[in-house]
Design a protein around this ligand. Structure first.
Ligand code: XLS
Ligand code: NI
Ligand code: NI
Length: 435
């Protein structure tokens, strides 16, 4: 028996690029082999429970616009109904993964003991559903930013009782993630930052955050959780400044607190833009350090300057992101999570399906373009050519020498570099052949 929420919508299948059916995949063909692997296994798509089922359509100027049979979300019966609808959507989309926050799954109870027991109850229910579903858990996480108790931070809160509440909460969420076979556990610190330095001891807060994350890693090993611990950079919003500002900042933080071999990054397209970067920049920075973990795929409205969490629709942008992911050896335990929500005027069940179908198709198209560029090898050849000088023995020896001997060599050989073209436009034209 179904909930009826998606009545009239058939399972979404691949119909090819010529299809005009708005509810069909035109590019995402899960079983198609690309670079030796099923497309589904490269992309590892996930639905974000919070945007698709918990968010009610509010914005800073107005409240709920959606009407769903599982509202108001203050009751465990309706939490189960919400889970039923979620799994119906996962089946319709044939999506391999989903992701959640504790607060998306069950109502806030106002105290820790009841938060924990209701989380256990609903994740047991979800676990039963997963037994007959093809959809697995990409990651779980704790929402430590919505309730007012978190207003001054979680692990970075000046009040040690909030640190304790946060630690207890994360333990419960890690246990639930482990129970459901989660592939990763994510920490995004929306309120781990500050509103004003006038009331903030930045050094102490960072030390607490480093200690907290070490406890998370210790607990992962204690319970034998094989997934990856991920932190998610974002420069601001909701805090004025967030400590996990961008990939480079997070990497410095992880090294300072001895976590560089334990924790990787979950990078989000819109967060990269908020930090003044491109998505491929963030991916390349993480990949260069071996810390690429997973991606949250979305886009911002480039005029509004907010984290608008829209579904992706720009193939060339997505192609460059997947190009760097493929170059880094793929997503590993990570995946492509649609941390994306409908516009608040998109009221219908069909909008929810169409948004994911479009997002998956845009990603598949970009991914295939990226794979074609890798297989063609044009960018790699251009790189090899540009750095060819460094393959010489003299250049390599220089890296192990010193300023004295380098100066002597420049004088004796009369070294006088001849500038070479960077060929940016040539390379941009090359990319345009594929996207
Ligand atoms: C918010 C974040 C959030 C994380 C999970 O901007 O992207 O959705 O992905 O807490
Ligand atoms: Ni975000
Ligand atoms: Ni995110």
């Amino acid at each position: 028996m179904t909930t009826g929420f998606f009545d009239g919508i058939a399972p979404i299948t691949f119909e090819g690029p010529d299809s005009t059916n708005p509810l069909a995949y035109r590019h995402y063909n899960p079983d198609e082999i690309v670079m030796g692997k099923r497309m589904a296994d490269h992309l590892r798509f996930a639905v974000a429970y919070w945007h698709s089922f918990a968010w009610e359509g509010g914005d800073p100027f107005g409240g709920q616009t959606f009407e769903r049979p599982w509202y108001p979300q203050d009751d465990m019966g309706r939490a189960r109904q919400k889970a039923d609808v979620a799994f119906e959507m996962f089946d319709l989309l044939n999506v391999p993964y989903f992701c959640w926050h504790d607060a998306d799954l069950r109502p806030e109870q106002g105290n820790f003991a009841d938060n924990l027991s209701t989380l256990e109850e609903i994740t047991d229910y979800i676990g039963q559903k997963m037994e007959s579903s093809k959809t697995g858990l990409l990651w779980g996480t704790a929402n430590m930013f919505s309730d007012r108790r978190w207003m001054s931070g979680a692990a970075t809160n000046p009040d040690p009782d909030v640190f304790a509440f946060a630690a207890a909460t994360v333990k419960g969420c890690m246990d639930a993630t482990h129970k459901l076979g989660g592939q990763n556990y994510v920490l995004w610190g929306g309120r781990e930052g500050y509103e004003t330095l006038l009331n903030t001891d930045l050094g102490q807060e960072l030390d607490h955050m480093g200690r907290f994350l070490n406890m998370v890693v210790d607990y992962k090993h204690k319970i034998g959780f094989k997934g990856t611990i991920l932190v998610e950079p974002k420069p601001q919003e909701p805090s004025k400044h967030q400590y996990d500002f961008d990939a480079a900042t997070c990497i410095g933080f992880l090294r300072k607190y001895g976590l560089e071999n334990e924790v990787k990054l979950n990078l989000e397209q819109g967060h990269a833009i908020l930090a003044g970067h491109s998505f491929e920049h963030e991916i390349a920075v993480a990949a260069a350090e071996g810390m690429l973990g997973s991606i949250d795929m979305n886009r911002n409205d480039y005029q509004s300057g907010w984290d608008t969490d829209q579904f992706p629709n720009n193939v060339p942008e997505v192609a460059l992101a997947y190009y760097h992911i493929l170059k880094a050896g793929g997503l590993g335990t990570g995946g492509t999570n649609f941390d994306a929500k409908l516009r608040r005027q998109s009221l219908d069940a069909q909008d929810l399906i169409a948004a994911h179908v479009g997002g998956m198709d845009v990603c598949a198209r970009g991914f295939k373009a990226a794979a074609a560029m890798i297989e063609d090898g044009g960018l790699d050849a251009a790189l090899a050519d540009r750095y060819a000088g460094w393959t010489g023995a003299e250049a390599q020896e220089m890296l192990n020498s010193d300023l004295d001997s380098i100066q002597a060599r420049v004088l004796s050989q009369g070294i006088n570099p001849a500038p070479q073209s960077g060929r940016q436009e040539v390379l941009e034209n090359y990319v345009n052949r594929f996207v």
